[in-house]
Design a protein around this ligand. Structure first.
Ligand code: KIV
Ligand code: ZN
Length: 408
């Protein structure tokens, strides 16, 4: 008990310090919620590889899996725990049951900083139809399970599943019980992606008022209405200091809030949101690429920050602007997120300037007459072909040199 009191004192100091500094912890759940998306599961070796990259990226917490779910998940959490350094917390998920919590603690044994993440649903819909429990039974279960987790590790997170569809008074009561039992982080998941920024911010403020300043408040948003990142950012503005998110936004159904979007929004709009994370932003793109390679699921081309087109410009006016000064159409540089360069995509909206630049990059210096002719041929081709590749340009220039027609 004495140990716990001093830990609570430390947690309070850390929270005050984090708030003063605007430091937001990044809790990465790519290896747990992320892999729950269809076709995204990973074996132990793959999870260990991804966890090394996440550690390098600078996330604060890696949720490595749900050990009771399967032997493979147990092994993965154990393996990730064993390789993790002393600067990252490794979390394991557990339902509010003694068996789940014991299994999670066992899987986390090799970790320098282990965290058990206990969850129990709190909305009436879940209590009545899924858990078949009364509100009082659920409160008792929260107390018992958080106490059990705290008897095994010092760092315990508690989540009220379906928080955003839970009666507000009861939600606050559930979190108060969790804090009394020893939870150090309280997570407020928008499990079904239902909330909106203003509403979510108010929930965070209400929970803060109910539990006082000690525990870290955490948010976990799903993207069913495309609001996961916006909701997470609104929650940070309202006082949340941990954001749960995944690389490429993978996760149940429409996915979780995308880590790369949260991190870059806080960086690019620091003027409006004076918070920061410990993530090395120039590793975002390589991390996204590694995940796509491991799970063999590619990122949609227009995905913010890490999509193939995120720094590609096709319209002639845009290309001209970017060539003159990148800031005309780019709010961050591709290099700042680890993309080697911006790409001027050549298509029917491209201008002469972009064509000339691409030819220079390919090693061809065209005189004005050649450029005019090449541009004419290029526009004609672009009407027939969606994307013009470097090979097409090279072939076209060779045909021109030989006095032949377009040739593609
Ligand atoms: O979405 C959710 O509610 C979860 C919990 C287990 C935190 O993933
Ligand atoms: Zn989730």
């Amino acid at each position: 008990m004495a140990g716990r009191t001093s830990l609570e004192g430390l947690a309070l100091m850390a929270w005050r310090q984090n708030l003063a500094e605007g430091r937001v912890k990044i809790f990465d759940t790519t290896l747990r919620d992320g892999e729950q998306s269809p076709g995204c599961s990973m074996n132990t070796l793959e999870k260990k590889k991804m966890a090394r990259q996440l550690e390098e990226l600078g996330v604060d917490i890696i949720e490595a899996g749900f050990p009771i779910a399967s032997e493979g998940d147990f092994e993965a959490v154990h393996g990730v725990s064993a390789q993790a350094g002393g600067a990252v917390t490794i979390a394991a998920l557990a339902r509010a049951s003694q068996a789940d919590i014991e299994r999670a603690a066992k899987a986390l044994e090799p970790a320098h900083i282990p965290r058990i993440h206990v969850f129990l649903a709190s909305s009436d819909i879940h209590l009545e139809h899924k858990l078949r429990m009364t509100r009082q039974q659920a409160l008792d279960r929260i107390g018992e399970s958080v106490r059990k987790a705290r008897s095994l590790v010092e760092d315990v997170e508690f989540s009220c599943e379906d928080s955003t569809r839970t009666d507000r008074g009861y939600l606050c009561e559930s979190f108060r019980v969790a804090v009394e039992a020893g939870a150090t982080t309280l997570n407020i998941p928008d499990t079904v992606g239902y909330t909106m920024p203003g509403e979510y911010a108010q929930i965070v403020r209400d929970v803060r008022k109910a539990v006082g300043e000690g525990p870290t408040l955490s948010v976990h948003c799903h993207d069913d209405l495309g609001m996961a990142v916006a909701n997470s950012l609104a929650a940070v503005d309202a006082g949340a200091r941990q954001v749960e998110c995944t690389i490429n936004g993978i996760g149940e159904r429409a996915g979780n809030a995308a880590l790369e979007e949260i991190v870059m929004a806080l960086r690019v709009r620091h003027d409006l949101m004076p918070y920061h994370t410990g993530v090395k932003n120039e590793l975002l793109y390589p991390t996204s690429q590694l995940l796509s390679e491991i799970i063999e699921v590619s990122v949609q081309p227009n995905k913010a920050i890490v999509g193939r087109n995120a720094f590609a410009h096709e319209a002639g006016i845009h290309q001209d602007g970017v060539l003159k000064h990148a800031l005309t159409y780019e709010i961050m540089t591709p290099q700042s997120v680890g993309v080697p360069t911006n790409r001027l995509v050549l298509g029917k909206h491209s201008g002469r300037h972009a064509l000339q630049k691409r030819y220079e990059e390919l090693g061809y210096r065209l005189d004005p007459g050649q450029l005019n002719e090449m541009y004419r041929r290029f526009v004609e081709l672009a009407d027939r072909k969606k994307l013009i590749l470097d090979e097409d340009l090279v072939r076209m220039v060779h045909y021109l040199e030989q006095g032949l027609p377009t040739g593609v």
